[in-house]
Write a protein that binds this ligand. Sequence first.
Ligand code: NAD
Ligand code: TYD
Length: 359
Amino acid sequence: MPTPFATYLVTGGAGFIGTNFIRHTLALRPQWRIICLDALTYAGNAANLDDLPARFPERYRFVHGSILDTKLLLKILTQEDIAGVIHFAAESHVDRSIHKPQTFIATNVNGTCQLLQVCQAVWEQNGKPDDFRFLHVSTDEVYGALGDTGYFTEQSAYAPNSPYSASKAASDHFVRAWHHTYGFPAVVTNCSNNYGPYQFPEKLIPLMIMNIQEKRALPVYGDGANIRDWLYVIDHCEALLTVLEKGAPGETYLIGGGAEKRNIEIVHLLCDLLDRLLARSGSRDLIRFVTDRPGHDYRYAIDAAKIHQQLGWQPRHRFEDAIEATVQWYLGHMDWVETIRSGEYRQWIETNYNLRDSK
Ligand code: NAD
Ligand code: TYD
């Protein structure tokens, strides 16, 4: 029997952005059915999505598996009538890519290529439906680092500096090639730094929230002057839906928050916010300036004029409100944080921070 739903495959859906995307989309798009394919690496957490099979029995299915498993990909794509693929699955942390680049090459480059090959083959078998979309979720880090002025645009030259950004840049190029060579209806988005619920506490914002809460040292790389453009994850999810529904195949869209902050500003803000919410003082005294990240990109900033003018998207959340909501979420989900802190997490914290001297 034909299903009344359009089925989308979401890779890496048990990670930070994927979890937010699935939860937001199931709530907002009653005609969508989602199959989440996730290998459940250290960054993926099946519990993020645990309540969904009961809440959406007809509209949600979880498959534990890897984008490196061609047979499994082929099985899912031939058994299900897939209307589109949203590709989040990746290794995503710059510091880890510096310690161990191999997994970034395997997942981000080879994994994306395998996914492209299988999706293209099935899309061709199905008679190349016009409305099929492959949305490749990528990062602004592929464009390298900016100085104090200027913005990345869709015309900026690729200049990735870290093993992470190099692997994402390579995957972007393969997606582009699949569109150019085979006419495969793929779209690429390059987004700035996200923050919000469910982010793994290896990244700046959740790491600092957890450490402040526990009165542990706050490791700021270098002098803390590096700048990132922060976007609330729900705004990113809405941008991705906009690109899926209105974006043109073969196009790239840059997504940014227009909220540039130096790292030290973020850390100060989180210290003051947690001091207020927890009725304490002195969190700023926990700040430690530590050895810088090798090859640390100075500044990322996005000119999001194209997605705004052509597709009508712009961020809805103010940084000040969304960062407070994020802190409240972590404080209200300490059980989630505890489950995340496996032996692997503790090992990573030792590897990354024991090597860094306090300055
Ligand atoms: P994340 O590390 O939190 O999650 C990645 C997910 O991918 C995890 O659930 C993991 O289990 C899964 N995964 C890893 N290897 C897999 C494989 N071989 N097969 C199937 N699943 C696999 O990452 P995130 O922050 O949610 O980022 C998602 C995507 O968005 C990534 O592609 C990242 O490059 C991109 N992105 C992230 C940001 C950001 O600020 N977090 C910004 C721009 C773009
Ligand atoms: P991160 O969250 O790892 O994202 P990305 O490297 O992809 O931008 O880091 C954000 C910024 O915070 C980056 O400039 C590095 C810095 N940083 C610290 O100063 N201390 C830390 O412990 C971490 C994890 C990051």
